[in-house]
Write a protein that binds this ligand. Structure first.
Ligand code: UD1
Ligand code: M6R
Length: 371
């Protein structure tokens, strides 16, 4: 049931304040007599010790689910104290890459049925790793075959383009980072800031959803383009990949997410006054590096659309003309949850304006059950 919406993708983008609330329900604990702030993942509580003792945590997934793990990687590295690596499921299988008994292998899949991810799970089980699932579908194969896991509880996702599952996956993995990390005096302030940030996320998503009309106007400008680049780094490298994946998969426009730190190693050659480029430059430790990327793109007359934190519009555009998307600030590791929303809206409007099928893009299936 699409309710008041025309398409499932549109509905699923707009219901993210509610889906995130459901994802977090019962899992964040704040207040009480001692005012403790903590987290609880029922499905993992008996396995946290083993995860903490593992030699490495390896995240495995495909498409948007892989991007979600990539978005959560920095906070997992920061809080868990365990090395975190990433594998695209098909690539792990192609290489028969190393998975050891001492590893925790985390399988991220909205459907819980993706063939590549499932085969990678079978491979990791054979190799003796602790296998953890992060799935949206209770009773799915991946939920059943993993040793333990977390349901993201985002509600049924129907549009082929994954939107609300992506933001719920990142939130679950941020909670996972808090759960693995445990309380220490030295990280108490950071943990509390993240938990407060999580409580506040649905409101921040409501704010950013107000950019709907602005994203439609931007889509009108980009309707006839051949290509769109998205530059990000740090916490928002994944946002660049995910924004580009949305645009190519539904709007059928070539789009590439680019790690901004790689700009001078090739992509800069593409920059001219015609190619539209989205640069994600919200406030975090990488902000000044992104400002210098923007300056260099301005110097080559790049056609820029800069996503920045509220109040930063004038400073990010000081070196030349650009369009700005201003978003609310949240704790740095949660910023990807906010930042992806305008890009989801942009992909949605581009698709409708270009006259393509939003919910069933050509050649794609919601659940890819063949290799
Ligand atoms: C569970 C209940 C939830 C209830 C809550 C109350 C289910 C599905 N969930 O949620 O309805 O409100 O307790 O305390 O009944 N699992 C895997 N692999 C996966 C995902 C999950 O093995 O990919 C396992 C978990 O380890 C756990 C079980 O499935 O044993 C349920 O996981 P989850 O729904 O995340 O647990 P709770 O949040 O505790
Ligand atoms: O169900 P899964 O999360 O395992 O699916 C993985 C990918 O097939 C999926 O995310 C795909 O990339 C989406 N169509 C992206 O929107």
């Amino acid at each position: 049931n699409k309710g008041k919406y025309e398409h499932y993708m549109q509905k699923e983008i707009h219901e993210q304040p509610e889906s995130l609330t459901t994802t977090m329900r019962g899992r964040l604990i704040r207040g009480g007599s001692c005012k403790a702030k903590t987290v609880l993942l029922g499905g993992l509580k008996d396995h946290l010790k083993t995860i903490r003792r593992s030699r490495r945590i390896v995240f495995i997934g495909c498409g948007t689910s892989y991007n979600a793990a990539l978005a959560a990687r920095p906070i997992l590295e920061e809080l868990s104290g365990v090395p975190v690596t990433m594998e695209i499921a098909s690539d792990l299988l192609d290489r028969q890459g190393p998975i050891y008994r001492e590893d925790t292998a985390v399988f991220v899949s909205q459907s819980g049925e993706t063939a590549d991810t499932l085969h990678a799970l079978e491979y990791a089980l054979e190799n003796g790793a602790l296998c953890v699932g992060i799935t949206n579908t209770v009773g799915s194969v991946i939920a059943r075959k993993t040793h333990c896991g977390v349901h993201i509880n985002a509600g049924c996702e129907i549009g082929v383009a994954s939107t609300k599952a992506y933001t719920s996956q990142i939130v679950v993995m941020a909670i996972l980072a808090l759960a693995i990390g445990g309380d220490t005096i030295s990280n108490q302030e950071r943990r509390e800031a993240i938990i407060d940030g999580l409580f506040d996320l649905p409101n921040k998503i409501r704010d950013v959803l107000k950019l709907d009309q602005e994203m439609k106007d931007l889509a009108k400008l980009l309707i006839a383009e051949q290509s769109l680049l998205v530059f990000g780094r740090g916490y928002n490298y994944a946002t660049a990949l995910e924004g580009a994946l949305k645009v190519k998969e539904v709007a059928l426009m070539h789009s590439e997410g680019i790690l901004a730190g790689e700009m001078k190693h090739g992509p800069l050659a593409l920059v001219d006054e015609n190619l539209p480029i989205v640069v994600i430059a919200t406030r975090d430790a990488c902000f000044s590096k992104q400002q210098s990327v923007i300056q260099q793109l301005h110097a080559r007359k790049g056609r820029l659309i800069v996503m920045c934190s509220k109040g930063d519009a004038a400073s990010v555009c000081s070196g030349g003309a650009c369009r700005v998307i201003e978003v609310s600030y949240v704790e740095d590791c949660l910023q990807p949850v906010v930042n992806v929303v305008p890009l989801q809206l942009l992909a949605y409007h581009l698709t409708v304006l270009r006259g393509y099928n939003v919910d069933q893009p050509r050649n794609l299936a919601k659940s890819v059950t063949t290799q």
